[in-house]
Design a binder for this molecule. Structure first.
Ligand SMILES: Nc1ncnc2c1ncn2[C@@H]1O[C@H](COP(=O)(O)OP(=O)(O)OP(=O)(O)O)[C@@H](O)[C@H]1O
Length: 272
């Protein structure tokens, strides 16, 4: 049985690459409107969790459900249609297209107009096209990019390219938005502004958002709940103030020397 109203569920999802278990028995339930941070040191399995959820790799074991529907084995675009959109750690825009066209491409999801409509510019095709342009403009506005609508994606400053990726993800009309390090490469004030923006789009579109972010202070400030991975294993989860004090999290991030220095006992660890 799926949890009522959950928009996304991962149940015991495991990703095995040869001898490496990059993700082990990963469980996650996202409700509409929840903003959850997925954190952990380098190589912890965060992107692997995203890849398993969004169909980049089919999970080696376990299930992924979108709005109660099992989506294991579906292709990424099919999972996107089911309601999960994502951005990537390395920006993946159509660099030679304008900002507007980058968003319009995503707005075309599920569009029925065929070749004939496009070739003969039938009235319904033109009306459809206008509606899509208007929608794409709205997403650009939400992300503060209206002034860049005609600019080629490759010519946008880095921070704006990241915001354009989010605009494009929003344009597919998702229930769940997975953001892989959306603030990477930004300066401190850009990061804070982006996190405020992520909060706003969550409220405006009533989205569930799962965000990977390395900046602990930032992600703790923006998320209502955190899930912490280390070596593919979920070592802690809960409210940021609880996770922040969890010795297992401190140990994973900072190593034993920090714990010894601060005299913090790790549950389950042998006493010296
Ligand atoms: N396609 C793959 N084939 C083999 N190993 C992989 C593959 N993808 C990821 N891994 C390995 O799985 C582990 C988890 O990687 P992953 O990228 O998910 O970590 P991460 O938490 O996102 O790290 P980072 O914060 O550095 O991006 C790493 O050891 C990585 O080398």
């Amino acid at each position: 049985m799926s949890t009522p109203a959950a928009v996304l569920e991962a149940r015991n999802v495991t990703m095995q690459f040869g001898g490496l278990k990059a993700l082990a028995d990963f469980n996650l339930t996202l409700l509409p409107g929840e903003l959850v941070g997925l954190i952990g040191p380098n190589g912890a399995g965060k992107t692997t969790a995203f890849n398993a959820i969004t169909g980049v790799y089919p999970p080696s074991a376990g299930d992924v459900l979108v709005a109660g529907e099992r989506v294991n084995g579906r292709r990424p675009h099919e999972i996107c249609i089911a309601g999960v959109a994502r951005t990537f750690q390395n920006i993946r825009l159509f660099k030679e297209l304008t900002a507007l066209d980058n968003v319009k491409v995503a707005c075309h999801h599920g569009r029925k107009a065929g070749f004939a409509g496009a070739f003969f510019l039938t009235p319904s095709f033109v009306a459809d096209e206008e509606r899509i342009t208007a929608r794409a403009d709205e997403y650009l506005e939400v992300m503060g990019l209206s002034h860049r609508r005609a600019a080629l994606a490759k010519n946008l400053p880095y921070g704006e390219q990241r915001r354009l990726e989010i605009a494009r993800a929003l344009a597919s009309g998702p229930k769940v938005l997975c953001l892989d390090e959306p603030a990477a490469g930004m300066n401190a004030s850009e990061k804070v502004a982006l996190m405020e923006l992520i909060h706003r789009i969550r409220d405006q579109f009533r989205l569930a958002i799962l965000v990977i972010e390395h900046d602990m202070r930032l992600v703790m400030g923006v998320s209502e709940r955190l899930v912490v991975l280390d070596h593919g294993v979920t070592i802690s989860q809960g409210a940021p103030e609880k996770v922040r004090k969890d010795p297992k999290v401190i140990e994973a991030y900072l190593g034993d020397s920090y714990l010894e220095e601060k005299k913090i006992a790790v549950p389950g660890a042998p006493t010296p």
